[in-house]
Design a protein around this ligand. Sequence first.
Ligand code: BG6
Length: 492
Amino acid sequence: MSSRIITVEPFDMVVFGATGDLSARKLIPALYRRDVAGQIPAEARIIGVSRRLPAEGSFEASVRTSLAQHVPDEELTDEHIARFLARLAFVTLDVTGEAGWGDLAALLAQHPARIRAFYLAVGPDLFGAICERIGRHGMVTPETRVVVEKPVGKDGASARAVNDAVGRVFSERQIFRIDHYLGKETVQNLMALRFANALFEPVWNAAHIDHVQITVAETLGVQGRAGYYDTSGALRDMVQNHMLQLLCLVAMEPPTSLDADAVRDEKLKVLKSLKPISIAGADHLTVRGQYRAGASAGGAVRGYLEELERDDSTTETFVAIKAEVENWRWAGVPFYLRTGKRLATRLSEIVVSFRPIPHSIFPGSAGAVHSNRLVMRLQPDEGVRLWLMIKDPGPGGMRLQHVPLDMTFADAFGVKAPDAYERLLMDVVRGTQTLFMRRDEVDAAWAWVDPILEAWKASSQAPKPYTAGTWGPSAAVGLIERDGRTWQDDGY
Ligand code: BG6
């Protein structure tokens, strides 16, 4: 079997921050791959915008570099590269000044009816200025969309200011707030598993589920991003967006359809049902950590403060939280969230742990009866496994074994999962907002995160140190073990 490719309508995609890191690492490779797959029509253009020409001397040259660095050799052919490069245009433009905007408007005016997407791969402090100029120069047509990258703000108040600024020029229907975790294959599969099977939904509740764990572990440190990261930290960088979105998809009620608002209405209800964490509660419901020198990804690495070249930062590079969703379906079921940099391995997983059987009919000699577990692995090697008890095959009496039923179908379809950005960029062109965050979701996520930030600020304790290459501070182990449970460090 193979997957079907449906070519999208012709479009002009304008990338602000075209010479930046996100563009080089994610956007250009994603567009190239969709082009190779035949999903991008011949007329489509990619218009890079930046204050100055890239270091390579031309946009074309910097795109070549980005492809060489971020797309495997076997996916690069001269013919495909030439076709892709022919789509490129570049405009030198001052996003906070006036120079260059007329040139961009003129370029776009060549195809006034075409789908237009402005991708703001720049800091959120520039969103307002850029949108205002896009509006003032008459570039917003009915077929225009704007894509904004996280972070949308650094707390509820600043997020509202950013959203207001973008909202003065674009309607909510035109605003695509990207959370690339929603574009990951397994995250999509979670919706299919839950809502395309009759099997799971009846047991998807507090009566049958003991707890849920969501882990996003990275081996990387903050490297070149220390400046941004130190003003952010793991809670803002990963939890407010990616992890809460994953939690929403696990916890939400079945939407009436896959329509953007039907899905987002349900996610919003989950965010609003999150039990607030008070200043007093933050002490035992959250753990923050900061890595020290150690070994990670096969080599010795420096600690966070050394990477930062400062010794007074209290920014957290690790966070673990015990969250609860206060509604009928989930009352009393903890959702343990954990994410960090420089951890033992790169691993992102959602583990749904079912309750133990009520009574065992098996003799002690049969071995322990383990609870069922559904593990959705986002990376690496995305897939889904359901852990079941079976009888050990063959003679020897009744001996039980805990084995995974592999529910990964990628091999059967013979396709490699596309990168999240590939899917999301094509959704932008199609105008499909299901996998993008609506404004009220962003507000509700901040409403839960803000008190945690305040509690940490008020606390006299610094983040707990952990050695790079471990699973974070021991307090994170305590957070879950206090409840008689353990992290599934490799539950797959
Ligand atoms: C980004 C964060 O949103 O997600 C980064 O800003 C993080 O700090 C990245 O490294 C993780 O994404 P992925 O897809 O590599 O898990």
